[in-house]
Design a binder for this molecule. Structure first.
Ligand code: PLP
Length: 404
């Protein structure tokens, strides 16, 4: 653990003499030195635009971008590198699919979403609904937060469902829907499936071939990589039929004064200069993450979360939202405390160097469903320790006492 923590420069920061206790990994993760160094090295030795020049630096930049694409392909176990599209974020990746499908679809049919979704996996579909007049059908949750699978099957029977867009892990409750089963059922009903893997990606093995999802999206920055880069995985034959989101340089076959043709995938979706240093950073982040086994990551994060559950349950008036009985708890949980506003709580703890997230976490429909305006979220990553949770256990009751 010492070695892992030494890899992450920001963890040495202190606030008024208090060590940084970063428990907001679901918002963004901190970056290993290897990621920062790889990005600096790219600017110092390889910087040029990719896929544009013939000179030596242009070649290095192109190789760096395509190496990163192959790293992501291997990481996701995708069949072809062309199935990996670089975007600026998970949000942009979902928008790319939504805008593209909206143009490609002829009929205005139905899209299924779960109430667990982040706004990034809701608003683009609301835009499609506004544009095409299609129905949005919602899967509800049970009181323990798990998805109502009977409800899912009922909405699938609607008969005209074109797409199911589902999170791999809720960013509020940590719930992990049974993706494989849902994908099989959706396909049997003739629907495509988009998996929003923004939260799951850094915590569990995601194999797109085994899952058989049609699209999968995530952001580099939640995976120990830089901001400014996201990934869209799409089955090649589907990407080939999808119109591009952005028009511009390098996404074209030919351009005339009255028309254009598009390049092959993935270039078709990568109009304009790509986030090159960020792609290099993402490559380094995946390299850094995959030095650990998924078993070890799960074991470590589960241990932390069991401790977090124990310490939070001792706070009077604290309610953990939909506690997950799973023996391997998700790497995040959210809670409310009677008489304490999450913003006030996280501000007080923040002054002690303890970083938790407060608010609706971009999930207003879910918070409305839970009957609360806001919650506080604790989320761990590879580098967190039980000592950090001890510090939270010391500071939290004092903060609550001050606020109640
Ligand atoms: C489940 C989920 N989906 C999508 C996103 C959007 O990610 P980004 O803001 O990096 O595009 C987030 C971010 O918190 C998320 O938690």
């Amino acid at each position: 653990m010492d070695r892992i923590r030494q890899d992450i420069p920001i963890l040495k920061e202190t606030f008024d003499g208090n060590p940084l206790v970063y428990l907001d990994n679901a918002a963004t993760t901190q970056k290993p030195r290897a990621v920062l160094d790889a990005m600096t090295r790219f600017y110092e030795t390889d910087n040029a635009n990719a896929h544009r020049g013939m000179h030596v630096l242009a070649e290095r930049a192109t190789i760096a971008l395509e190496d990163s694409r192959r790293t992501v392909q291997t990481f996701l176990h995708a069949a072809h590198p062309e199935e990996i599209v670089f975007t600026k974020s998970c949000t942009e990746s979902i928008n790319l699919v939504a805008r593209g499908l909206s143009q490609a679809w002829i009929d205005a049919d139905a899209i299924i979403l779960s109430i667990l979704e982040h706004h990034s996996n809701i608003v683009p579909w609301l835009q499609v609904k506004e544009e095409r007049g299609c129905d949005l059908l919602w899967i509800d949750i049970h009181d323990d937060g798990t998805l109502n699978m009977q409800g899912f099957e009922e909405v699938l029977r609607h008969g005209t469902v074109k797409l199911v867009a589902i999170t791999a892990q809720s960013n509020v409750l940590g719930i992990r829907p049974p993706l494989k089963e849902m994908i099989q059922k959706a396909h049997a009903a003739g629907a495509l499936v988009l998996v929003d893997a923004a939260q799951a990606m850094a915590h569990e093995k995601i194999d797109v071939t085994e899952l058989d999802c049609d699209f999968l999206t995530f952001s580099g920055h939640k995976l120990y990589g830089p901001t400014g880069i996201g990934v869209l995985y799409g089955k090649r034959k589907l990407l080939e039929t999808l119109p591009p989101l952005l028009g511009g340089g390098m996404m074209i076959g030919e351009v005339f004064t009255d028309r254009f043709t598009t390049a092959d995938v993935p270039a078709k979706f990568e109009g304009g200069t790509q986030p090159l240093a960020e792609a290099v950073g993402l490559d380094a982040a995946i390299d850094w993450l995959t030095q650990f086994s998924w078993d070890d990551i799960t074991k470590h994060e589960s241990l932390l979360m069991k401790k977090a559950y124990d310490l939070l349950q001792k706070i009077p008036g604290l309610t953990i939202l939909c506690p997950n009985p799973n023996p391997n708890p998700s790497p995040l949980l959210s809670f409310t405390i009677d008489g304490v506003h999450p913003h006030d709580l996280t501000e007080i703890l923040g002054r002690k160097g303890i970083c938790l997230r407060a608010g609706h976490h971009c999930t207003q429909p879910l918070h409305r469903r839970l009957g609360i305006p806001a919650s506080t979220r604790l989320s761990v990553g590879i580098y967190n320790t039980t000592t950090e949770l001890d510090l939270l256990a010391k500071e939290l009751p004092e903060a609550v006492k001050r606020l109640q």
